[in-house]
Design a protein around this ligand. Structure first.
Ligand code: NOJ
Length: 501
């Protein structure tokens, strides 16, 4: 069987607001992305995923979509998008766009109609609210002036669609066609385990993302993905879809990637695993046993950057672990999703002042939760200037960058052996050479306490999560290490790729 391009692809998430600002308004845009395509090509990724750039009041960074078939002036024009996709393809990069089917913006014409009392059946209106809470804190229901309530599992500006209405199905099929006709290679599906809510909207005790819950993961949602798959399959070039599925069970996750549904779903269990060989091994075993096409992800625009998650008392440990985890991840069978800035070793920015914060999570929780701005700080491209090269000179970016970003900028790392950026480039180049040579399957090797060793054909990966240096497994030569090896030993918080016969 021909291997689909996405099976082993490395996909780079571009949080468009924070990637590169060409227009000079302090917010990243599509022209900014286009100008940096050579950087992405050189980095060695196969595809990019663009977060929402559609017309939006930006109540949730664009995940509140007012028009699913356009481009917000903040990000450019539809013509900019068309040029971007054309140029990306010229560079050999595939492009995924974000689809937000669980909710629209309250500024969407359908919701505006609903507020006027017409066609409310496209959303979740009720005479009485139930006890559901918003994922962002606070009640999931807001009352409208005539007394009815509407459901929003996120911000009040993000009313949930009523997927029991066939019109919603037809609308989203049309939206997918709109972007497929413009050449997108695939979709990232926001809150893919949402969409349907249990009939009767029963009260719940616990609203976390659980496999069995009246709020998430209703069985009816799978029919939606079967229909989307049928549509994708009518287009040439192996168009694909990856679901954002938060659930507590790998068996549940597997339902979304049955052969006639989505091609992939994000593997959040990998991102949530603590720094522990047993935790890593468990996730790897469960993943490979339950899904046909594995994915791996360490960071995205919703979670604390992994360098900071892995940081312990010793400064520097976080970055060492982040690089080691990357080598382990890129050695695993399947596809890997990177988040912009991780190739620079960016940390989470934890000290943003309250007046700078923008995430609705911060406001809805009345400041109790910091929100996700700390991983969304605009990228540093150069080591000087008002925005470190993110915007044209003289412009301040939409979130302030900390001083330490200057030394982590692309300019500071480019061409410097030993920099995180050069390490990512080497790892991605090496992975590209190995692709097609090594099998999809993984074999565990005996490993000393604290470490994990595995092989994929001639590639051996060793990661040391323990506190003592460990002896390397038998090998012919070292391909790449996340840090220095000492006397043939793999130090703690490091990983290595080895070649064996
Ligand atoms: C998941 C997105 O990644 C996140 O940023 C957004 O706030 C929620 N879905 C709601 O759309």
């Amino acid at each position: 069987m021909e291997i689909p391009w996405w099976r082993d692809a490395v996909v780079y998430e571009i949080y468009v607001r924070s990637f590169a600002d060409a227009s000079g308004d302090g917010v990243g845009d599509l022209v900014g992305v286009r100008e940096r395509l050579p950087y992405l090509r050189r980095l060695g990724v196969d595809a990019v995923w663009l977060t929402p750039f559609y017309p939006s009041p930006m109540a949730d960074g664009g995940y509140d979509v007012a028009d699913y078939r356009g481009v917000d002036p903040l990000f450019g024009t539809l013509a900019d998008f068309e040029t971007l996709i054309h140029d990306a393809h010229q560079h050999g990069l595939k492009v995924l766009v974000d689809i937000v089917p669980n909710h629209s913006s309250s500024a969407h014409p359908w919701f505006q109609e609903a507020l006027r009392g017409e066609r409310r059946d496209r959303y979740m209106f009720a005479d009485q609210p139930n006890n559901w809470q918003s994922t962002f804190s606070g009640p999931a229901w807001t009352q409208v002036p005539d007394g009815q309530w509407y459901l929003h599992l996120f911000a009040p500006e993000q009313p949930d669609f009523n997927w029991r209405n066939p019109e919603v199905h037809q609308e989203f099929l049309d939206i997918l066609k709109f972007w497929l006709d413009r050449g997108v290679d695939g979709f990232r599906i926001d809150v893919a385990m949402g969409l349907y809510k249990a009939e009767g909207l029963p009260d719940v005790k616990d609203q976390s993302f659980k496999a069995a819950s009246p709020v998430w993961g209703q069985p009816e949602v799978h029919e939606v993905y079967r229909n989307w798959r049928k549509l994708l399959d009518t287009y040439p070039g192996r168009r694909m879809a990856v679901g954002e599925v938060w659930t507590d069970s790998s068996a549940d996750l597997a339902l979304y990637v049955r052969p006639d549904e989505l091609h992939q779903s994000f593997n959040f269990a990998w991102l949530q695993a603590p720094w522990s060989p047993t935790a890593f091994k468990k996730v790897i075993d469960e993943t490979l046993a339950t899904v046909p096409f594995a994915t791996w992800v360490l960071s995205n625009h919703d979670v604390v950057r992994h360098r900071t998650r892995y940081e312990v008392s010793d400064p520097g440990t976080g970055l060492m672990r982040a690089k080691a985890a990357l080598l382990a991840m890129l050695a695993l069978p399947g596809s890997a999703y990177l988040y912009q800035g991780e190739e620079l070793g960016l940390p989470e920015v934890t000290d943003l002042p309250p007046e700078a914060r923008q995430d609705p999570v911060f406001f809805q929780s009345e400041g109790k939760l910091p929100g996700r701005d700390g991983c969304r700080v605009p990228l540093p491209w150069s080591s000087e200037g008002d925005s470190l090269g993110f915007s044209p000179d003289g412009v301040r970016p939409w979130l302030p960058q900390p001083e330490e970003f200057a030394a982590l900028s692309v300019a500071s790392q480019d061409g410097h052996p030993g920099s995180t950026l050069e390490f990512y480039r080497q790892a991605l180049a090496c992975r590209r050479e190995l692709a097609g040579v090594i099998p999809y399957t993984l074999e565990w090797l005996d490993s000393p306490e604290g470490a994990l060793f595995f092989a994929r054909g001639s590639l051996i990966c060793a990661i040391n999560c323990g506190t003592e240096a460990v002896r390397l497994p038998a090998h012919d030569n070292v391909l790449l290490a996340s840090g220095p090896l000492t006397d043939g030993l793999l130090p703690p918080d490091s990983a290595v790729w080895l070649h064996a016969g």
